[in-house]
Design a protein around this ligand. Sequence first.
Ligand SMILES: [Cu+2]
Length: 361
Amino acid sequence: MQELWKSILELLSRVVTPDWGELINLIPVALLAVVILFFVITIRRYATAGPARRAPARFTPVAPPGLHMPGPSYSPVFAALGMGAVFWGLVVGGTALWIGLAILALALLYWGREAIREYDRATHTETLPAVIDDGSPARAVPAGPPAGVHMPGPSFRPILGALGTAAVLAGLVFGGWLLAAGLIIFAVTLVGWLPDARAEYDKRVEADVTGHLENPPPPAWPRRLLQAGIVVFVVAAMFQTGLLPPRVAGTANGSPEPSASESPPATSFKIAAKDIAFNVKAITVKADAPFTIDFANNEVPGVTHDIDIRATDGTTVIEKQDVVNGGAAVTYQYKALAAGSYVFICSIHPVPNMTGTITVK
Ligand SMILES: [Cu+2]
């Protein structure tokens, strides 16, 4: 009796508590069944749907009279191929990139020539719906806007403004002299805009009196301004990198050079950086002993430096350190060096002003 009761309980437990693991394994199968069912129903409904086309038959589109539609062109295909070549160049690198850029540039130039030709053809069409009137009906293609409407003349100012903005952005990235130069260039381009606007305004005031609006002549390339801007920017860049002014070796910022041959070997040093230059150009380190450098980066935030140790070739890295942001200071710990000569250098700006000699003895 007991045995029978036990077996009944076992049978019941199987029904009441099923094997969840096996049921979960069945979920993907059930989902697949639902998906297949969905496709079967959809395909069936499409197969038994009504007439295939209810709209009128296709027709060739015709532009309304007076509208010009561009003709068929291979230019988009060429441009796409050029873009592909550029991407290929980015993957492969080296000469392939330049070839890709050249292909893209040629494709875009071809496109531009095609567009200009089309534009010329469109503007020379005699069947344009609207004829612009500049008060001289004798002219077939009038040059000016309709009477009473004033259009500003062509101007290089937007381009100059964009170049000025680029100079400021470059200054924000590199800071110091470049930022000053960028702001000057930007200010000059913007200030130059005012006389242009003023001349235009004066012409309009004149037109109110005379009843005759004279368009200012199209401007020439602002060569002087561009050249001056480039000179200012390049000079600022030279100051920034320490190429200018040519300083006497070791007298950066007026501090006398600690003579490598005279100072005794030490294990702790203080070095500061400002205007992309170290204030110390030579240190004498005790041989086979770890040493530290208290490094203060006195630049504006955003201008980072570090002090790595390299062999005298200037490229073989012996010890790397983390970069320090402008306005921050750090104590660098260096491993012991064997007696000999090394250089300390900023890996961000490996220029003469950010390179110094280490004598280990
Ligand atoms: Cu640096």
